[in-house]
Design a protein around this ligand. Structure first.
Ligand code: IVH
Length: 680
């Protein structure tokens, strides 16, 4: 008897995935495209006849599914961290010295690989099946792009765990989604043929393709994945070096970087950097540096993390590229906080992977210092995501009619006068939110991805909304309706409805995002998170005075003042009230226990040796009491605990007049605090 339908389907899936792997990962196809297509079509036909047999890990699912309206958010099981960067040899040597000293070894074994210039994703496999894929997002929360990642041909939909001793119940695989250079060129050619917008570089193309609400579009773009490590793992023990972990992933048919190596000592690292630098242009994908990782995992654990980056790894970046062009004009842009930024309009030039037509000149002082004039030939520098800037000018090429530029004394957008703090380099428009430029930027910031994330509210739309006086403040966004939106330029009923849905969707947010969205000067995303964590409720935050604000880690007098100035403005309070009335909300956490702890927010530095307890014990007891333990002494340090043989930290404490505790005093403080009932 011939095989059953389920058997045939299983056989086809197995074969198709095997050939996918041969073709996309090993670059070594065993059969012709026609043979592959025939199998694929047979599988598609069978699945069409027996829809109940379709499973998410079937290769047919790689063609994408119906468009969706939003990406849902995914909280990463373990955060997706970033890397510290080094830009020169000294910084690499310093990293190696620190690593050796902390580990107490003469030479470190490193695992090294290129730094891929794509976008980070995490892939979750349960019992070997790809069940979820997410973007990095802010490192803690990303977007669920599972359907789109299924279309990436070299991502295994099922891990090939037959080659391991036992299967893995749960694993997160981390890596980068990229577009190969050839695929990027082909895509842009297609885009040009269709009259569609071109992508600036492979990374943008990869990001744009992956963040498509319509996964069929993602499927039509040739994306690739490369793994550089594992996240959370359950029910399985990975090998105890990074290099072996990558080997293990490779056994599971996960694509891993071929240029990876295991090396010893800092000279090995630097040689690798040069070698990959020379190879860079020949690689099929873009890289922007190399990454050094301490190979041994228990050594990695000992080195630990500083804020968002591991101490056991370092990205050594390639230098920014430069190219020559001419300054066609100098204009002034007005930013969200009213800052006037001179911007050079340049003759288009290709540098650092994109065509550059503008470069920031930062501020008036910088403009004067560099003495940039209209007509000058300049060298423009750009690295990665960084805004292009003028590295230097070629005075010998200055034409006779080169013109100097003077900062205007009134805002070029609203005509309000411009002011400058005596100790600042920046001129600001005094028009506040009455200035359309500031209003537009504030709205764009409010709607941006890391703020309230209103997909589809772009620059063109905000321009219209502000110019037609439909929207004055972010709160007005929640009053828009279909009729009003549909009459705007380039807005059909469908896109108007999508925008309304996105606005509705944005109402459910987090306190951290909300604080960030307000656009308070000097309050970026990281600060907003700290504030949300510390104050737990918006009311607590709004009521805090400068002294209380400065108890929050990393908040100094400047930021504290920006915050109180913001809330001193009745207009801002009004907008916040309107936003809440419109239904913008988050789950307010009850006043967190940590705020009530006896040593809440006190900052300690430990130095020297304590006789009665280890440093780790001291640290953990302090942290349980709400204190923070940091590594260096500054004005913000509340106490320095000095054991025997305390060194420079003690003298620094004396210099800065920071309270110093000896071991007896410290133990007393610990014991008393541990006994005391929670207090404010
Ligand atoms: S390891 C614990 N390895 O660089 C550190 N990251 O700046 C996790 N990246 O978000 C990252 N190539 O997207 C690592 N070989 C590589 C990488 C790499 C590119 C990206 C990654 C990460 C960013 C950090």
């Amino acid at each position: 008897m011939s095989e059953s339908v389920p058997q045939r389907i299983a056989y086809l899936r197995g074969e198709i995935e095997r050939h996918n792997f041969q073709y996309h990962t090993l670059d070594a196809p065993l059969i012709s495209d026609a043979e592959f297509d025939a199998m694929f079509r047979e599988l598609q036909t069978l699945e069409m006849q027996y829809p109940s047999l379709v499973t998410p890990d079937s290769p047919t699912q790689r063609v994408g599914a119906a468009p969706r309206q939003f990406f849902t958010q995914v909280v990463h099981r373990s955060p997706m961290l970033s890397l510290n960067n080094a830009f020169n040899e000294e910084e690499v040597r310093a990293f190696d010295v620190r690593t050796r000293e902390t580990l107490g070894v003469a030479e470190v074994e490193y695992s090294v690989e290129p730094k891929f210039d794509g976008l980070a994703v995490t892939l979750t496999y349960r019992d070997g099946i790809f069940v979820q894929g997410a973007t990095r997002g802010d490192g803690e929360v990303g977007e669920d792009v599972t359907q789109n990642l299924r279309t990436v041909r070299n991502i295994p939909l099922r891990l090939d765990s037959g080659r391991l001793d036992k299967p893995i119940p749960f694993i997160e695989i981390r890596g980068e989604v990229l577009m190969f250079k050839v695929d990027f060129i082909a895509l842009n050619r297609q885009q040009a043929d269709k009259g569609d917008k071109l992508f600036a570089n492979p990374r943008n193309a990869a990001a744009g393709s992956l963040r498509q609400l319509n996964s069929r579009i993602t499927s039509s773009r040739h994306l690739s994945f490369l793994a550089y490590g594992a996240g959370a793992v359950e029910g399985f023990t990975l090998p105890d070096t990074h290099a072996e972990q990558l080997e293990c992933l490779q056994k599971l048919s996960v694509p891993v970087p071929q240029e990876r190596r295991v090396l010893h000592g800092v000279d090995g690292l630097l040689a690798y950097y040069r070698e990959i630098g020379e190879l860079r242009n020949k690689l099929p994908y873009e890289i922007d540096g190399v990454v050094y990782k301490v190979n041994n995992i228990s050594q990695q654990t000992r080195l630990g993390y500083v804020s968002r980056a591991p101490r056991f790894a370092l990205a050594h970046k390639f230098p920014a590229e430069e190219a020559l062009t001419t300054v066609l004009d100098i204009e002034v842009q007005v930013g969200r906080t009213g800052a006037l930024t001179p911007v050079a309009r340049l003759a288009p030039v290709f540098v650092g992977g994109v065509t550059v037509t503008n470069a920031t000149l930062h501020n008036e002082e910088e403009l004067r210092r560099k003495d940039i004039r209209i007509g000058d030939t300049v060298s423009v520098r750009r690295a990665g995501d960084v805004i292009p800037e003028v590295a230097r000018i070629l005075l010998e090429r200055r034409p006779l009619d080169a013109r100097e530029f003077n900062m205007p004394r009134t805002c070029p957008v609203c005509g309000a006068h411009v002011t400058k703090q005596p100790d600042e380099a920046i001129w600001r428009c005094s028009g506040g939110l009455f200035c359309p430029a500031q209003r537009k930027q504030a709205l764009l910031h409010f709607a941006s991805r890391r703020a309230l994330d209103i997909e589809g509210l772009g620059e063109k739309l905000v321009d219209q909304l502000v110019e037609q006086q439909l929207v004055h403040t972010p709160a007005d966004l929640y009053k828009l309706n279909l009729q009003v939106l549909a009459q705007l330029e380039r807005m059909g009923e469908k896109s108007a409805q999508n925008l309304l849905d996105a606005i509705e969707h944005s109402k459910q947010t987090t306190l951290a995002r909300f604080i960030y969205a307000l656009g308070i000067r000097n309050v970026g995303e990281a600060t907003a998170k700290e504030l949300a964590r510390h104050f737990a409720t918006l009311d607590n935050f709004m009521m805090a005075d400068e002294t209380r604000l400065q108890l929050v880690p990393d908040i100094g007098p400047v930021v504290a003042q920006s915050i109180t100035t913001f809330f001193a403005e009745p207009h801002n309070i009004e907008v916040i009230a309107q936003l809440r009335a419109a239904g913008v909300q988050w789950t307010e956490q009850a006043e967190k226990a940590v705020q009530l702890l006896p040593l809440n927010a006190k900052i300690f530095v430990l130095t020297g040796t304590l006789a009665s307890l280890s440093r780790d014990e001291a640290k953990s007891r302090l942290e349980k009491l709400g204190a923070r333990v940091t590594g260096s002494v500054s004005q913000k340090t509340d106490y320095v605990v000095a054991g025997t043989e305390a060194g420079t930290k003690l003298s620094k404490a004396q210099e800065l007049n920071v309270a110093v505790l000896d071991e007896q005093q410290f133990l007393k403080l610990l014991n008393n605090s541990e006994m005391s009932p929670a207090s404010g």
